[in-house]
Design a protein around this ligand. Structure first.
Ligand code: LCS
Length: 382
């Protein structure tokens, strides 16, 4: 996290410099031609490649145990690059029903217009996945833990099922980061991140990354990213490189806070239920212990007073910020049904377990007593 990432360093810079340039000078016309033909690996144009972005791509690919990293302008740019590169007209995809709202909305409302079919199932239940396979299924797309239900899917099992059906397994690893979960080691073909979240960690940029195990698949995805024009900017890359340096200590602190807060919420009389992988009450707590290297810092819960009570809490916390996004140093609280998942149909939300009263809490690195006092004061207002 601190010393990784490849970059040429002729001047001995201690950090990766920001190559804020759109284009690169060729030595002569033949050199330019060689760069384009691939005989020379010189830089050409920032949409195609840039040293600062390359440093980040190699850093995150290494953390995930992959061979290729493809940086994108946002997490959604990563999602659409994957859909565009891996699915054609007439193909079918199976996905976790509980996924980040727009990852589903873009498939059902837009990719469907081009003849791509999709089925959304509870991927925590392998029988549902198996029942959804069709002869034209090319992709199994899993988010674990899922946003915002915190359901956990067995990735090793999914890789086996996908490969037996001649399909690829793609995993959204945003909620964990490679510090807590490395899907490629469990058999996934590609993993991606909204690096807006834990990898950058400071709520100040939007960014994405796809990592593949296989170089040829990475090359295919890079070609698609370049032609779709959803590349990262060098300054964005610099920011994420800086954020990744502290990924480990941020996660250690925030997940320690999260376990304390999840236990506090679970014992509070106004709380109906809490979903946090580190709680013994989480239905897949045992799987989380095997598959993840820690339980992370995302918590979902519902109050006994439902949505109305949730609103009172959200309007009365003062340390936690009422905002979407997650995975930063600051604690955030939001209401998925009316915010991040508002464009997902009501029926789909109900089936995916995204109840109206579900409140999502992304735990930051503040003093845990301040966060608990903050929650107590908010809950007292109900
Ligand atoms: N995947 C997951 C699991 C996410 O949580 C998000 C964003 C994305 C992909 C898309 O990444 P972006 O383009 O925003 O970088 N999740 C958000 C959330 O839960 N609240 O606000 C954004």
């Amino acid at each position: 996290m601190i010393h990784g990432g490849e970059f040429d360093n002729p001047l001995g810079s201690a950090t990766v410099p920001i190559y804020q340039t759109s284009t690169f000078i060729f030595e002569n016309a033949d050199h330019g031609a060689r760069c384009f033909s691939g005989e020379d690996d010189g830089y050409i144009y920032t949409r195609i490649g840039n040293p600062t972005i390359h440093a980040l791509e190699t850093l995150v690919a290494d953390l995930e145990g992959g061979s290729e990293g493809i940086a994108t302008s946002s997490g959604m740019a990563a999602v659409n690059t994957l859909y565009m590169a891996l699915l054609s007209q007439g193909d079918h995809m199976i996905s976790s029903a509980a996924v980040y709202g727009p990852s589903r909305v873009v498939m059902e409302q837009h990719w469907a217009r081009f003849g791509v079919e999709s089925t959304y199932v509870n991927t925590a239940n392998p029988d549902e996945i198996l029942a959804a396979f069709k002869p034209n299924t090319r992709l199994l797309y899993v988010e674990t833990p899922a946003n915002p239900t915190m359901d956990i899917t067995d990735l090793q099992l999914c890789a086996k099922i996908a490969h037996e059906h001649n399909a690829l397994l793609v995993v959204d690893n945003t909620f964990c980061s490679p510090y807590l979960q490395r899907p490629l080691e469990l058999g996934a073909d590609a993993v991606f991140h909204s690096m807006t979240k834990f990898l950058n960690g400071h709520a100040d940029i939007v960014a994405g990354m796809i990592i593949t195990k296989d170089k040829a698949l990475g090359k295919k995805l890079r070609g698609m990213m370049v032609n779709m024009g959803c590349n990262m900017d060098p300054h964005q890359a610099y920011m994420v490189i800086r954020g990744v340096k502290t990924l480990g200590i941020r996660i250690e602190r925030s997940q320690q806070n999260a376990l304390t807060i999840a236990r506090f919420l679970e014992s509070h009389p106004k709380v109906a239920w809490v979903k946090y992988p580190g709680l013994e009450s989480h239905p897949q707590h045992e799987l989380a212990k095997i598959q993840m290297h820690g339980f992370g810092s995302m918590i979902s819960f519902e109050l006994k007073g439902g949505l109305d009570a949730g609103k009172v809490l959200m309007n009365n916390v003062k340390v936690a910020i009422l905002a979407v996004s997650l995975g930063g140093v600051e604690t955030l609280i939001q209401h998925p049904a009316s915010m991040t998942h508002s464009k997902v149909s009501h029926d789909a939300k109900v089936k995916a377990g995204i109840s109206d009263g579900l409140v999502r809490y992304s735990v930051g690195i503040e003093d845990v007593d301040d966060l608990i006092d903050d929650l107590k004061e908010g809950l007292d207002k109900i």
